[in-house]
Design a protein around this ligand. Sequence first.
Ligand code: UDP
Ligand code: UDP
Length: 421
Amino acid sequence: MPTSADPAYVALLPSAGMGHLTPFLRLASSLVSLGCHVTLLRPLPIVSSAKSLQFSDFLSSHPSVHCLDLHLLPFQPSSADSTDPFFLQFESISRSVPLLLPLEPKPSALVTDIFLASSVAPVARARLNLPCFVLFTSSASMLSLCASFNIPGSRFVDASMIPPVLRDPNNPFTQQFSTNGAALAGMDGVLVNTFDALEMRALAALNQGEVLEGLPRVFTIGPLKPLERRRAQARELEWLDGQPERSVVYVSFGSQTALSEEQIKELARGLDRSGFSRHWFMGRVKERGLVVKDWVEQEEILAHGAVATFMSHCGWNSVTEAAMHGVHVLAWPRNGDQRINAGVVEAVGMGRLFKGWEWGCGGEKVVVGEVVEEELREIMEDARVVAGAARVREEAVRAVAVGGGGGGSRDSLTGLIEKLG
Ligand code: UDP
Ligand code: UDP
C-alpha cells in the first residue's frame, strides 16, 4: 500500500459514459507509468457490459492500481428528470458521492469528472480533506463555455456553436452544466486532454484569467496515450490491409449518438457514390437490421495507413485520437460539445465542417447522398487538411515527448505530480 508521502498518490472518480471513462483510465495509466500510486473509485453497478469489460481489462493490465467500489444508492428518477441513461447514471453517481469515506492512506489529490464537480468538491474538502481536481473530458474550448456559462456576456464560444439543449434553462442538462461550471472556480486545478498547439487560443484565455477570473490553473495533459489493446480485431485489420494506402473513409459517430434510419441510408448511398472504400461503425444505432452494431478498436483503425479520412461526430476522444494519428476529419457534429470540438478541428486546419451542417442534421433533418459524396470527394482532394493533420500529429508527438520542454503536456503532468508528491 502506498504511503501518503512521495511519490504522489492520486484517487480518481470517473463518471458515466464511455467517452468519460476512457480518458480517466488513460490518465490512470499515465500516472502509474510516471511512478504514482493510483486508486480508482468504481461506481457500482456499472450500467453497460462494455464499461465493466473496460474496467476489468484495465485492472488486470494494471495490477498496481487499487480499485475501490462506490456502491450507488438506489435512485428513482422523478418525472422532471431526463430519461437519458447517461444522465440517470451520472445523477445516480452524483447523489452517492456523500457515501465516500476518507481514504486510507490519504491520497495527495482526488480527480473527478466535470459532471461530478459540484457534488465531489465539498465532500473532498470537508470530509476527505483532499485537494480536488477535475479531469475535463472535452476540449479546452468547451471548458471555456462551461467556466463562463453563468456570466452574461462573457461567452468565449460563438453562440451558434452552443447546443440547443443549453439554451433551455429548465433542461436538467443545462442545470447540471451550470452548477458544475460554477464549481470549477473552487477546484485546485483542471486537467484537459489537449495540447498547446491544438487549442492555443482557448488555453491562453483560460490560463490568463480572460474566461473567468479566479479559474484554477488548466493543465494540458494530452493527447492521453491509449491503453494497450487486449482484444485482437483481426477482421477489421485484415480488411484494411487489403486496401490501398490512404483510400479508406472511416465513419463513426461514437458510442452515444445514432443517426436516423433514413440518414444511414443516404450516408451509405453517398459513400457508395464516392467510390472510396469505407469502414464504418455506427454507435448506438437503435434501428433494426440496417447496420450491424459492432465495436471496433478505433485507435488501431486510425493508426492504419489505409485510412485517409475520418467522418466523425467529433466526440473529444475521437478528435484527439485523429490528431495523434494525423488523420484529417470531416466533422459532422450531432449534439453536446461536438460542434465546438468541430470548430477546433477546423481552426487548427486538420479538417472541415460538413457543408450544410446544422443542428439536427442526421436526425430529423436528412443530408442526401449526393451531398455526402461531394463532401467526401472535396476533403479527399484537399491538400491543406492533409498537411494540417500531419502538422498537428507532429505537435501532438512533441507535446508528450520526454524532455519536450517548452511547457508541453508531459511537462505539465509531471509538474503537477511533483507538486502533489
Ligand atoms: N461496446 C463494445 N465493446 C466495448 C465498448 C462498447 O462492444 O469495449 C459496445 C457495446 O455493445 C455497448 C455499446 O458499445 O452496448 C455502447 O457502450 P457504452 O459503454 O458507450 O454505453 P453507454 O456509455 O452509452 O451507456
Ligand atoms: N470507440 C471505439 N470503438 C468504437 C466506437 C468508439 O474504440 O466502435 C472509442 C473511441 O476511440 C473513443 C471513444 O470510444 O475513444 C468515444 O469517445 P468520443 O469522445 O469520441 O465520443 P462519445 O462516444 O463519447 O460520443
